[in-house]
Design a protein around this ligand. Structure first.
Ligand SMILES: Cc1ncc(COP(=O)(O)O)c(C=O)c1O
Length: 374
């Protein structure tokens, strides 16, 4: 049996006619950039996440970059985030000449450890302008504490919700839990387009206005530039695709949760002991499982074995950001963030997409059980 980590073809085949009709309508209109689909999608995403405003941009990375710019982050400022995330969380901070300051993660949720954040800020909050929690794999960070600390130290809260559209924390959706929410529509995300795309959400009219200027070279009026921005626009074809998919997003997330429950049940039954640890979702969270991540012993050998048996898997992420060559000058060393470093040696993502068939899921589990019984 062959089980891909993600098989987007199955989703595409189900919605192909609907999507193609909308794509054709865009082509027939010849209106390709910032048109009616982008405007409608912005309103739909704002309503979906419970934020007042949403601004479409060119990617999740740009969503973070523009949110940081709109928050006024610049050279010399510090932004606190986690070293265990996709590169662009910290890369965007560094691109602006600001300094990423890392705080270790919790071992069970893989999200920023609020106690470690509190300790760091207590020691020194000098020049810290913002905190950027990452809602990793589909589960929100512990936002109450993060918001309380941000309020105490006068920091902006920028949510990296790239992997977590639709996720809920105490009943509220990701993207409306801070000052800015950043989404990615990269194809592998739960709401993925046919290329690159992203969105920033905010409750502030002024910040939304600034984001709109920043994505269009800093101008409010054509050829008059009030601030320096960039070209980061969402195009109409992507917005049209995303509007079709948005209608199915909650049912797809439900399918992912069902698969996660099945995995968790089957792994418990298999009695793998300490060889494999299933993901933990906090009581206050509803995860959208962009990834189903297990912590495993002999990870690299298991991954090889799975590949040989036709099962796709992935390592998100093999090396924490504080150990990356490009961040050498930040002065961190091995051992500074022991939880992130230990998790980086053990995580493995298994197929979780909603169209995964029960027999395929069982095959993934039985292949893993075979590996550990050898
Ligand atoms: C946590 C996180 N942040 C940021 C991004 C960047 O999004 P994009 O790839 O759309 O630029 C991603 C996705 O790749 C991500 O997973």
């Amino acid at each position: 049996m062959n089980v891909k980590l993600l098989d987007l073809d199955r989703q595409y085949r189900k919605i192909k006619n609907e999507v193609m009709r909308e794509v054709k309508a865009v082509c027939d209109s010849q209106h390709y950039v910032l048109g009616p689909n982008v405007k409608a999608l912005e309103e739909e995403i704002a309503a979906y996440s419970g934020a007042k405003y949403a601004v479409g941009v060119a990617s999740g990375t740009d969503a973070i970059l523009l949110a940081l710019m709109a928050a006024g982050v610049g050279p010399g400022d510090k932004v606190v985030t986690t070293p265990y995330t996709f590169f662009s969380t910290a890369g965007s901070i560094a691109l602006l000449g600001a300094v990423p300051v890392f705080v270790d993660i919790e071992p069970d949720t893989f999200n920023i450890d609020p106690n470690a954040l509190e300790r760091l800020l207590k020691k020194s909050a000098k020049n810290v302008k913002a905190v950027m929690p990452v809602h990793l794999y589909g589960q929100c960070a512990e936002m109450d504490t993060i918001r309380r600390l941000a309020h105490r130290h006068n920091l902006m809260v920028i949510e990296d919700a790239a992997q977590s559209i639709g996720a809920r924390y105490k009943g509220r959706a990701a993207g409306a839990l801070g000052d800015f929410g950043c989404f990615s529509f990269y194809p592998t995300k739960n709401l993925g387009c046919f290329g690159d795309g992203g969105m920033v959400t905010t409750n502030s009219k002024q910040r939304a206005e600034k984001l709109r200027m920043l994505r269009g070279h800093g101008s409010r009026r054509r050829y008059y530039y009030d601030i320096v921005g960039t070209n980061s626009r969402l195009d109409e074809i992507q917005a049209a695709v995303l509007r079709v998919k948005l209608k199915y997003l909650d049912s797809w997330a439900e399918g992912r949760r069902k698969n996660a429950d099945k995995y968790t049940g089957l792994f418990a039954k298999a009695g793998l002991g300490t060889a494999l640890k299933v993901p933990e979702i906090r009581a206050e969270n509803v995860s959208v499982y962009n990834q189903y991540i297990v912590l495993v012993k002999k990870r690299d050998a298991l991954r090889k074995y799975l590949a040989a048996k036709g099962v796709g898997s992935e390592i998100y992420y093999p090396m924490s950001l504080h150990q990356q060559k490009c961040f050498k000058d930040l002065g961190y060393k091995k051992g500074d963030f022991p939880v992130s470093e230990s998790v980086a040696r053990q995580t493995l993502a298994l197929p979780i997409y909603p169209e995964l068939k029960p027999a395929e899921l069982k095959y993934v589990v039985s292949t893993i059980v075979d590996f550990y019984s050898k």
